[in-house]
Design a protein around this ligand. Structure first.
Ligand code: AMP
Length: 211
């Protein structure tokens, strides 16, 4: 069992890694970005509150996100472990998390900014969760998801002007978490500029040492 955090800038592949680990180990992937995007699609109060912040590449207020995660972690499927993807995003959230859960390991997936800009501007996503890259991982039929046949789209916040701002927010607010968890002795550095499967191998190896 392990309670895991995956840290990393937008486009570092943290969502992809969280999904693969979740499939392999059976622990739920808890992606605050996905929860918020679903809330927007469903037109809930939460979605209406979050949309403006997300489209602008800003963080949604801490109290909103802390509440979502605290409520999610008490579900039975989190008892054996969970994978937090996109939370915490700043020190306030990390402190809040300390108040409601223990964490065994934090992966920091490092990717240089130039590569992030390339990945996000070329990323196309599907509502089913599948992700493509226009040059490195194309769907068989242009604009259509291989997995479910729906139309792919370019996330509003993956467009160039917003990517730049999201990276600034990452460096200012999220990056300090690396030292926070390093001091706690739970941090594992991972080079995220490599192939997805190689990054997964590293993550799985670290997890195997935990048990
Ligand atoms: P992501 O899918 O993780 O890249 O998140 C997309 C957007 O959702 C972010 O740019 C934020 O606007 C919002 N978001 C996701 N997770 C959080 C969080 N933990 N705290 C605040 N905002 C978040």
């Amino acid at each position: 069992m392990a309670n895991i955090i995956i840290l990393g800038p937008p486009g570092s592949g943290k969502g992809t890694q969280a999904e693969v680990i979740s499939e392999r180990l059976g622990w739920p992937q808890i992606s605050t970005g996905n929860i918020l995007r679903h809330a927007i699609e469903s037109g809930t109060k939460l979605g209406m509150k979050a949309k403006g912040f997300m489209d602008a590449g800003e963080l949604v207020p801490d109290d909103v996100v802390d509440g979502i995660v605290a409520e999610r972690l008490v579900h039975d499927d989190c008892k054996e472990g969970f994978i937090l993807d996109g939370f915490p995003r700043d020190l306030e959230q990390a402190h809040a998390l300390d108040g409601f859960s223990s964490i065994d390991i934090v992966f920091d997936i490092k990717v240089p900014d130039e590569l992030i800009v390339d990945r996000l501007s070329q990323r196309r996503v599907c509502d089913c969760g599948e992700t493509y890259h226009l040059t490195n991982k194309q769907p068989a039929k242009e604009g259509i998801c291989d997995r479910c046949g729906q139309n792919l789209f370019h996330r509003e916040d993956d467009k160039p002007q917003t990517i730049k701002h999201r990276l600034e927010v990452y460096h200012k607010k999220t990056e300090p978490l690396i030292e926070y968890y390093r001091k706690k002795g739970t941090l594992e550095d991972i080079d995220g500029a490599r192939d997805i499967s190689i990054v997964t191998d590293d993550v799985m190896e670290s997890l195997s040492k935990l048990k």
